[in-house]
Design a binder for this molecule. Structure first.
Ligand SMILES: Cc1ncc(COP(=O)(O)O)c(C=O)c1O
Length: 407
């Protein structure tokens, strides 16, 4: 109780939009977070898919030190700096897209992508009615007025309506629903190749290709949101790569700068040509320090050997999970996802399991009320995967007993 009171008092000046755990973290080492009592926790959240290289990776620290040493932390976009230009070139080379706009978060990247899509939709003169956006059931794209409008969460949306108008939600399991949408009112179709917050649900490649055909046929921008699933998480640098689809616009953020806030919107030359000076901007976007760190992150992740390791470790994680499922068939209903982005759907609410895992020193995050999301750093070791899975199974067992006691 004393701890709770102290925690409450310590947090008295933070806005109460989050409900963090009581542990106060003071250090990070690879896959581990260490609290102020010295207790070590296996971090299978990576700060919600952000710290892809783990905590305190030498490449990130080196880039931070060098950037700080140069004294060039911020200049504004009034002036040129090398890291942003170099990072944009590298992102273009890796993605097959042409131009990049830098911002500071995922929500901002989505917001910018919607503006660019509208600009492009009106490229052949005035088409004021062309502003709608097709989004998917279960989608999460952020909490700003545009990104929230294409997010399928009534609880997040309703208190703040009216949002950006024109969002139309369809079910990815029924792509025929697209044929009922009037394309002359639509500027963009936005989709996550793997829904993160929506429950770790991969979009089948054939559905993605169908979206590409429909958007191409009607001159609508295809926006892929890889803010959570992109940059190596699924075992390819970009999650949509296996589909062979080339989007018009691609959003990135979370892991891009190794834990520093950064978002990016990548686009084709055609989309870029419709955006003009003054159409959009942000003070901090693409600053030299964050861009230098992002270059270091990208050069670690974007190698065939690193990505092959992510795939191998993803398979190992699944093997462990399948083993647990065999031993607890009544608790685990489904295992979904790719690479090191996995969802475990339970037959019972996940909250007590997440809590029990934390007690056992394993940090987990949910994706909805019944899916546990596993997002370890991409640098996680085989032993850490094994250890985490032992702790997860222990948490399932512990909550099995309490379920039995409760009933
Ligand atoms: C797919 C996706 N898009 C956008 C966002 C919003 O990013 P941010 O929280 O950085 O605004 C998130 C955050 O979880 C996300 O998962």
């Amino acid at each position: 109780m004393a701890t709770l009171t102290t925690t409450h008092q310590a947090r008295a000046h933070l806005l109460g939009v989050y409900a963090p755990t009581p542990h106060l973290f003071v250090r990070g080492e690879g896959t581990w977070l260490i609290d102020d009592t010295g207790r070590r926790f296996l971090d299978f959240t990576s700060g919600i898919a952000v710290t892809a290289l783990g905590h305190g990776h030498p490449a990130v620290r080196r880039a931070l030190d060098e950037a700080a040493e140069s004294g060039l932390i911020h200049t504004s976009n009034l002036f040129r700096t090398d890291p942003a230009e170099a990072l944009a070139r590298e992102l273009a080379e890796h993605s097959g897209l042409d131009r990049v706009f830098f911002c500071n978060s995922g929500g901002e990247a989505v917001e910018a992508s919607l503006k660019f899509a509208r600009r492009w939709a009106r490229r052949d003169g005035d088409a004021p009615e062309r502003f709608g956006v097709v989004a998917l059931k279960g989608a999460f794209h952020g909490r700003l007025f545009g990104s929230l409008a294409v997010t399928d969460r009534p609880r997040y949306r309703e208190p703040f309506e009216p949002l950006m108008p024109g969002a139309v939600f369809i079910d990815a399991a029924d792509p025929d629903a697209l044929e009922k949408v009037d394309p002359s009112t639509i500027a963009a179709l936005i989709a996550e190749p793997i829904q993160g917050e929506g429950g770790v649900r991969p979009l089948p490649d054939e559905v993605l290709r169908r979206f590409r055909q429909w958007t191409t046929r009607h001159g609508v921008a295809l926006i892929l949101d890889e803010i959570q699933c992109g940059l190596g998480r699924t075992g390819t640098l970009l999650a949509h790569e296996p589909s062979g689809v080339r989007p018009d616009i691609l959003t990135l953020a979370k892991p891009l700068a190794g834990g520093l806030p950064m978002g990016a919107v990548l686009m084709t030359e055609e989309v870029a040509a419709s955006v003009h000076p003054g159409d959009h901007g942000t003070t901090f976007g693409g600053g030299p320090l964050v861009a230098a760190v992002a270059r270091a992150v990208l050069s670690e992740i974007a190698t065939p050997a690193f990505l092959a390791e992510v795939r191998r470790k993803g398979d190992l994680l699944t093997e462990h999970l399948e083993g647990i499922r065999l031993r607890h068939p009544d608790r685990i209903l489904e295992i979904r996802g790719r690479g090191l982005m996995r969802g475990v759907r339970l037959s019972t609410p996940i909250a007590p399991v997440v809590e029990a895992a934390q007690e056992a020193g394993l940090l987990l995050v949910g994706a909805g009320p019944d899916v546990i999301r596993l997002l370890p750093p991409l640098t996680v070791s085989d032993d850490e995967i094994g250890e985490a899975m032992d702790r997860l199974e222990g948490a399932l067992q512990a909550t099995e007993t309490s379920r039995a006691v409760a009933s």
